[in-house]
Ligand binder design. Structure first.
Ligand code: UDP
Ligand code: MG
Length: 349
């Protein structure tokens, strides 16, 4: 059995030495071959050279280098695209996802589950704000968006090969992997664990990034915000109507208004409400269609080490891919910087 471990990394130079000390001994306890696929998500520190050095010493260490920061969700997608394992585990590089749990996860996989998820019982080293917003987020998602989304389950998961192949089919731009997994409805089991604090370094998720991810989660899985917008528009229009009735009454019976004021107020309130509703609705739809219609690749690969080709049947833009990838994988494109052309994979012979 081959076990692939997918690790998205972004500016993790402080924690990588600890990871390389901790992970291999645990994997040695599991009766399987393994590969570590690191996705360097456009790091600007020495992460890349640490990874390259490890990959040069051990061919089981593979590095996919992104051309810039595309975000953790895109990095996970790339890892799943390039993983060859019978089982694939996605985990953070900061040791908050304890490697020891891999033993139990593989045992569960061998029982026949397609997805082995992990649920955080406690979360160490996180601010009260983060814990509170995380709880609120899961509660809201389960109530309003999708009740299949298990609470306190992050991206630390094991997938069977079949599950990975199914997930690869989803190429939407606005990605929330946890939602996709819940939506697929695969055979899933949950392993619970205490989440330790980061081994070193700092979180790569400042509050604004968390809000962005939460919004992606909501908007890519539900049209509920659009309906809310419609509801707000209707409420505004109703208030407008009520106030209009009052304005008409005041003009006709109380005579306390300047001429023309009542009709102006009515028109303003009615049309502002209706216009906001329409613009909100159309704007959101158009934005989403616009993003998807461009059909841009979800990430762009730069230099990569020990990676030969993608088992993924999707378009991958890969700057200077290795020869093996050029010859074997028809969906890999070449960006030839010297000639400023973007061409198909086939090389001029
Ligand atoms: N990460 C990434 N790209 C990003 C942000 C984060 O690849 O733009 C990686 C990061 O290096 C780590 C994992 O995603 O391996 C989770 O990030 P982090 O530990 O900062 O998130 P937290 O645990 O604080 O929610
Ligand atoms: Mg972390």
């Amino acid at each position: 059995m081959l076990l692939s471990i997918v690790l998205p990394v972004y500016n993790e130079q402080e924690v990588l030495p600890a990871l390389f000390e901790t992970l291999p001994p645990v994997l040695a306890r599991i009766d399987c071959e393994y590969e570590l696929i690191f996705i360097d998500d456009g790091s600007r520190d020495t992460t890349r050279s640490i990874l390259n050095a490890a990959a040069q010493q051990d061919s089981r260490v593979k590095v996919l280098g992104f051309s810039r920061n595309f975000g953790q969700q895109a990095a996970i997608t790339a890892g799943l695209d390039f993983a060859n394992g019978d089982a694939v585990v996605v985990m953070d590089a900061d040791l908050q996802d304890p490697p020891e749990l891999l033993v139990t996860m593989v045992e569960q996989f061998k029982q026949g589950f397609d997805v082995v998820s992990t649920q955080r019982i406690t979360r160490e080293g996180e601010s009260v704000f983060k814990k509170a917003t995380a709880s609120a987020f899961y509660a809201f998602m389960r109530k309003a968006i999708d009740e299949r989304l298990p609470p306190q389950v992050g991206d630390f998961r094991l997938f069977s090969r079949g599950a990975v192949q199914a997930i690869r089919k989803f190429r939407e731009q606005h990605r929330f992997m946890r939602g996709l997994v819940a939506w697929l409805g695969l055979r899933e089991t949950i392993v619970r664990f205490h989440r330790p604090a980061r081994a070193a370094g700092e979180t790569k998720y400042p509050p604004w990034k968390l809000v962005k991810l939460a919004w992606t989660a909501v908007s890519s899985f539900s049209a509920m915000p659009l309906r809310l917008c419609l509801t707000a528009g209707i409420a505004l229009t109703s208030i407008g109507l009520a106030y209009s009735a009052y304005a008409i009454y005041a003009a006709l019976f109380v005579k306390s208004t300047a001429p023309g004021w009542s009709s102006l107020v009515c028109i303003q309130l009615l049309f502002n409400g209706a216009t906001l509703t329409a613009v909100g609705l159309v704007g959101d739809y158009v934005g989403r269609i616009y993003d998807e219609a461009k059909q841009r690749p979800l990430y762009v690969l730069g230099d990569s080490v020990n990676i030969e080709s993608s088992g993924c049947a999707h378009r991958v833009v890969w700057i200077n891919p290795p020869d093996s990838a050029l010859n074997e994988t028809p969906h890999i494109y070449r960006l030839d910087a010297a000639r400023e052309t973007v061409g198909r994979t086939r090389r001029a012979s």
